[in-house]
Design a protein around this ligand. Structure first.
Ligand SMILES: [Zn+2]
Ligand SMILES: [Zn+2]
Length: 373
């Protein structure tokens, strides 16, 4: 077999890394607390660079699928493929996985991975360790009055899994020309014959005004998840990252952590980002048109200078069981925000509705019987 040509930029940045501690031979991994590589056994540590000078935007239309191969062995990584859900999960080469991270199916297989993929530009390292993630869950599960009182005690949390999830970010320059009719409410009076006499009755009318204009806007870092393994109801919410804290991609931040290889490609993700931008442009033009009501808004948008980058962002994934039901949760590994469902307490909600109806009835009854005016 003819070896694949290695991209020069990839070569100089790739370091042979090993999760083995050079001091004691124990397992090393990225530690969110100290923000460095740390050996759990002897405390040996190595600093990681937090620079972001290598994070470059790539021109979308010039890219033409110039994917670069991932050199997994050089990075001391391997990939497991799940036949049930199709996920490709990357772990340290000294680890053995038996269950899928995403669908928990058994019998996942290590794959000889040779796919050409776009190289990641940046990563936000985990800030939240496992203990902090569990603590966030404990606080979150106890919040809110409308959930069962015993939820906090009875919810049993599965093991937390820290996974770097792949994302695309897109930048756009947008230029739009718009026109439309803005309607302004005003009050007019009309004479009506009511109860045996003529009166001036106020009526609301609309004065229409034609307007047109142009709009220019730069959209920075529209974030699109490059994984279809995250529950669709969480995909929009989970994009709440502070992207200004991205650092140069370094595989060593993934040491001791799992990561997913993207399965939503650049082109299909671009289409989603473009739609988000076009919708936002339309809203902004509508804002410029103004008025109390609007009609005939036409927006013609030209997009240019589209750029993209592939980034990895940290997410804690888990699930908890309550009354035999499984509830999935996600925790943003940077901000600690939790996304998940909680069971409702129908007894508490019923009591509240009953109290509300009782108060309404009591007020009505007192009025009817002359206790209040
Ligand atoms: Zn050590
Ligand atoms: Zn799976």
């Amino acid at each position: 077999m003819i070896p694949e040509p290695i991209h020069p930029s990839l070569l100089e940045e790739t370091r042979v890394t090993s999760p083995k501690c050079p001091s004691c031979g124990g397992v090393m991994g990225y530690d969110p607390k100290s923000n460095q590589l740390l050996c759990q056994y002897c405390g040996y540590n190595e600093n990681l660079s937090a620079n972001n000078d290598q994070i470059k935007e790539l021109a979308y239309h010039e890219h033409n699928g110039q994917e670069e191969i991932i050199l997994l062995e050089k990075e001391a990584k391997k990939v497991y493929h799940c036949n049930s859900c199709g996920a490709n999960v990357m772990v340290d080469s000294d680890q053995i996985k038996t269950k899928c991270t995403f669908c928990t199916a058994d019998g996942i297989l290590e794959e000889a991975f040779e796919h050409r993929m776009v190289k990641p530009a940046g990563i936000i390292p985990f800030y939240l360790g496992k203990k902090e993630a569990e603590l966030k869950f404990t606080q979150w599960i106890g919040q809110g009055w409308f959930h069962p009182s015993k939820l906090k005690k009875a919810a049993s949390l599965d093991a937390m899994q820290g996974v770097y999830i792949p994302f695309w970010t897109f930048d756009f320059h947008a230029y739009a020309e718009w026109c439309g009719d803005a309607g302004y409410h005003y009050t007019d009076y009309q004479r009506v014959y009511l109860n045996g006499k003529w009166i001036n009755q106020p009526v609301t009318k609309i004065r229409w005004e034609y307007k047109s204009g142009t709009l220019q806007h730069f959209f920075d870092d529209i974030l699109i998840i490059a994984s279809d393994k995250i529950d669709p109801k969480f995909r929009t919410g989970i994009t709440g990252f502070r992207l200004n804290e991205l650092v140069n991609f370094d595989m060593r931040y993934m040491m001791g952590w799992q990561s997913e290889l993207y399965n939503q490609n650049l082109q299909s993700s671009y289409i989603l980002a473009e739609q988000i931008v076009r919708d936002q442009v339309r809203n902004m033009c509508s804002g410029q048109l103004g008025g109390n009501v609007q009609k005939n808004l036409h927006v013609s948008t030209t997009l240019s200078q589209q750029t993209f980058k592939h980034v990895y962002l940290p997410i804690w994934m888990s699930a908890y069981q309550y009354n035999g039901k499984i509830y999935k949760i996600l925790i943003n590994g940077q901000t600690g925000k939790i996304y998940g469902d909680k069971p409702w307490s129908w007894i508490k909600i019923s009591i509240l509705i009953f109290i509300f109806l009782f108060v309404v009835f009591a007020i009505w009854w007192m009025r009817e019987n002359g206790f209040v005016d």
